[in-house]
Design a protein around this ligand. Structure first.
Ligand code: UD1
Length: 428
């Protein structure tokens, strides 16, 4: 397995182009199952997760063609017919979001068998809301031996669905299933994350009739058939936020491009409050910090437009060397502090009680060997390594490769001392 070694102390100066959003790309790829025409996705990130989903889609009958076009990396997905409506455990367990093929499969073919994804290191992460939504749309759902069997031989039917709480995945899943259902579906208490509006925009380009995506109420008028489309994936707000934090941590001046600062308002406000300079530009943001130590600030994660849970670990790293005490409250996932013991190995002073971590800033972190535990936690260790004295070696970086494209290159181009140590090939 590969590892990443960071020698701390270098400032970051330069430009980092932001890639297309992983969390959007994988839902857009699943949308290709809804049509027999090609779906061309541009501004695609090249990540282990997108590669992985491509593998599953091929198993279901897709031709997946990756190339570098004028608009950057692109992927053309073409599913003339569904060859198999079965998504096996060995594929779904490796990437939870592949569970989202269930809705499109049952909508298009009237039946599907998809493995339950199971829990993960950041919590139990059930899919009950996904299944309730599909049931409300008329699918008969049975659970056997770890699999969901969904049947709707006469197609799905529009319905009025109120989610009991906000879920990004369940909102997207219901949307994917309802676009070719019979009749009108109204979804209430939807997640408002930008990736949902992105998915709806792409579906509309394919011929769907979706209104209100990005607000709590989404109305979908089912159409008989969707066609192909060309669609550019939204910039990755989590990648942008991660590099904004990295720049504030290491000091220097970094320009993040090919992005939209409005997507991470909540984070940028906190970075500014901590004492770093934030200047918005037409295609991104410049983060600047010279000399002085940052101040501790408190954050609480929340649904969009609140502070993203996917940026919590990175922000905690930033606070490990800030002046004073920062309270970081996690409200979305039950067990999302796996990075705390690893940050402690680098000399951070953090205590956790329930859903809250208290970070008492120290003057200096010390390099050490640490282990990545999940995708966002792993990058928080790299960020800490940027300022730790000596060398930090992060192992199990297959987590990192799931969601960060060319991380060493992007940071290295700005002056960071980051290198990959190649080990045995990772299993995908
Ligand atoms: C998505 C993102 C993830 C991000 C999260 C919150 C993808 C691939 N992942 O995850 O990076 O951290 O949104 O912004 O897009 N829940 C249930 N039952 C359900 C569904 C969810 O109890 O059926 C719970 C979850 O366990 C969690 C909370 O609801 O505690 C929110 O989860 P959700 O918004 O669904 O997150 P994901 O879609 O899994």
């Amino acid at each position: 397995m590969d590892r990443i070694a960071i020698t701390g102390g270098a400032q970051l100066n330069g430009e980092i182009p932001i890639s297309g959003a992983k969390n959007s790309a994988i839902k857009l790829m699943a949308a290709s199952l809804l049509t027999d025409q090609p779906l061309r996705l541009t501004n695609m990130p090249r990540l282990a997760d997108t590669k992985f989903l491509g593998k599953l889609l091929k198993r279901l009958g897709a031709a997946v063609d990756e190339s570098d076009g004028a608009d950057g990396a692109e992927t053309v997905l073409h599913v003339p017919e569904i060859m198999s409506a079965i998504a096996p455990y060995d594929l779904v367990r490796q990437m939870r979001a592949s569970f989202n093929v269930l809705g499109p499969l049952v909508a298009r073919t009237g039946q599907a068998k998809v493995s339950l994804p199971g829990g993960c290191t950041i919590g139990a992460r059930p899919v009950d809301l996904h299944l309730q939504a599909l049931e409300a749309l008329g699918a008969k759902i049975d659970l056997h031996e770890g699999y969901v069997f969904a049947q709707a031989p006469r197609g799905l039917k529009g319905a009025e669905i109120t989610f009991p709480f906000v879920s990004v995945g369940a909102t997207e899943h219901a949307l994917l299933a309802a676009v070719i259902a019979n009749g009108v579906t109204v979804l209430h208490n939807c997640a408002c994350e930008p990736e949902i509006a992105d998915l709806a925009e792409c579906l509309n380009k394919m011929g769907a009739k979706v209104e209100g995506a990005g607000t709590p109420t989404i109305t979908i008028t089912g159409v008989a058939k969707l066609g192909g489309a060309t669609y550019a994936v939204i910039p990755d707000r989590i990648e942008m936020g991660t590099y904004a934090v990295a720049a504030a941590m290491a000091g220097g001046e970094v320009r993040l491009t090919n992005s939209r600062p409005g997507l991470i308002d909540a984070l940028l406000k906190k970075i500014e409050e901590a004492g770093a300079g934030v200047t918005e530009t037409p295609d991104g943001v410049i983060i600047k910090r010279n000399g002085s130590r940052l101040n501790a600030v408190d954050v609480e994660t929340g649904v969009y437009p609140g502070f993203a849970t996917d940026l919590q670990a990175q922000f905690m790293s930033l606070m490990t060397t800030a002046k004073g005490e920062s309270r970081i409250r996690e409200t979305i996932f039950e067990n999302r502090f796996m990075h705390v013991p690893e940050l402690a190995r680098l000399g951070a002073d953090i205590s956790v009680s329930g859903g809250e971590a208290v970070v008492r800033g120290v003057e200096q972190l010390e390099g050490a060997e640490v282990m990545a535990t999940d995708l966002r936690a792993s990058v928080s260790l790299v960020i800490a390594g940027l300022v730790a004295r000596g060398e930090t070696v992060v192992s199990r970086i297959y987590h990192l490769d799931r969601g960060f494209e060319r991380l060493e290159e992007k940071l290295g181009n700005c002056g960071a001392q980051v290198r990959r140590i190649h080990g045995e090939p990772d299993e995908l």
